[in-house]
Design a protein. Structure first.
Ligand SMILES: [Zn+2]
Length: 393
């Protein structure tokens, strides 16, 4: 999208009279790992400043500020380093000439950066994620695949074949195609009959790749839409033909009261093996649900099921603090990019970094299993929870 130039009056509205020394002191006091030891504002601090500025800005500036705040997590380099090299910040997604000037001004005279509110807390930036992975790369080195992505069968923009080829280029052994299920109309969810037709396409893609000597394999899956009672919207027999089923909530995500029961019910649903983007949070848009997470993860561990780290930059769900709790429970962890385009497979760094920071061992990570191990595990979980089917129907 083209950058918008904003009138001078708007620029003045945003002007913050900075007190450099006070700002530095405040930054030093905040005990947050997102504040790196740099002599410039980090991308995560810039994201927060942009989000705060949006709160008092008028349209269309407000929209541009919110967008840049969100995009800042995907900037591949620290804006501070770009400025040190006398390059332009307009290289960065969401930054036009106006925001470039605004951010450069902040960099020269840093305004105070407060602790982000919950709706913007615990999100990693791409440089932070990469720094984690270059310091501790053992989990990343054992990654064999990606377990959440969408294609043009629902709301993705790529074909199954394009996703599979992009996965092969990344050195993966497998991917799971998890298009939305029929209840999520807004995302073009698919029904049982489409799911069956998708099987033919997946078989053809697998055969074509194999014929070329490409070793990546496509697993059949679905992102099963769960109602707030933890029930899915597709026939169990149809789901039983898949390699894996990811269950996710997409409704009643703004409830304030404790939702532990809904999570326990979802985990006990015999049709699913992975609970996807558990909190349902979205950066600066929705804080997500509350639950007694230790209890939720304990139940997942008892059932040998997995909870997901959704790597989509706006989601990063679970976040590091909750992944640490999941590690204590010992439940399995699934990493999924929630890609809606082949290029988004690169989002995996966010999930890998979060899992690494939380100390998740490869042994508990589904994506470090071989193709055969993964299918065996899903089969075991299925038969292990089959007896629960009466209780959840
Ligand atoms: Zn979803």
């Amino acid at each position: 999208m083209q950058a918008v130039e904003f009138p001078k009056a708007m620029v003045l509205e945003l002007a913050i009279v900075p007190n450099k020394r006070a700002a530095r002191a405040e930054r030093a006091e905040t005990d947050d790992s997102s504040h790196a030891n740099t002599d410039f504002l980090t991308n995560s601090e810039i994201a927060e400043l942009l989000a705060v500025a949006a709160e008092t800005a008028k349209m269309p500036l407000q929209k541009a500020l919110r967008r840049a705040s969100r995009k800042a997590f995907l900037w591949p380099e620290e804006a501070g380093l770009i400025l040190q090299e006398n390059r332009s910040l307009t290289e960065l997604a969401g930054v036009g000439p106006y925001l470039s000037k605004l951010i450069s001004g902040w960099m020269e005279d840093p305004p105070p950066v407060g602790k982000p509110p919950e709706i913007r807390q615990s999100f990693l930036t791409l440089p932070q994620a990469r720094a984690t992975l270059s310091a501790r790369g053992s989990l990343a080195s054992r990654l064999k695949g990606d377990l959440q992505m969408h294609t043009h069968w629902s709301d993705g923009s790529g074909s199954i074949e394009e996703m599979a080829r992009a996965a092969f280029d990344r050195g993966y052994e497998y991917i799971a195609i998890t298009d939305h299920s029929k209840g999520l109309k807004i995302a073009g969810g698919i029904d049982e009959e489409q799911l069956q037709r998708q099987e033919e396409e997946i078989a053809a893609v697998n055969a074509a790749l194999q014929a070329e000597g490409k070793t990546v394999r496509v697993l059949r899956s679905v992102e099963l839409n769960l109602d707030p009672a933890g029930k899915g919207d597709m026939d169990s027999r149809s789901l039983g033909t898949l390699d894996l089923v990811l269950g996710c909530f997409h409704s009643a995500l703004r409830r304030k009261e404790d939702q532990t029961e809904r999570y326990v019910a979802a985990l006990q649903n015999p049709d699913i093996q992975i609970l996807g983007h558990p909190r349902g949070r979205i950066y600066n848009y929705r804080a997500g649900l509350q639950a007694d997470w230790a209890k939720v993860f304990d139940r997942a561990a008892e059932l040998d099921k997995a909870v997901e780290i959704d790597a989509y930059p706006d989601r990063q769900d679970l976040s590091v603090d909750l992944i640490r709790l999941a590690r204590k429970s010992g439940c399995r962890i699934s990493l999924g990019t929630d890609s809606h385009d082949p290029l988004q497979l690169r989002f995996m760094d966010f999930a890998l970094a979060a899992a690494t920071q939380a100390g998740i061992p490869a042994e508990r990570t589904l994506n470090c299993m071989t193709y055969e191990e993964l299918r065996d595990w899903a089969g075991r979980v299925r038969s292990g929870t089959a007896h629960l089917s009466q209780a959840t129907k």
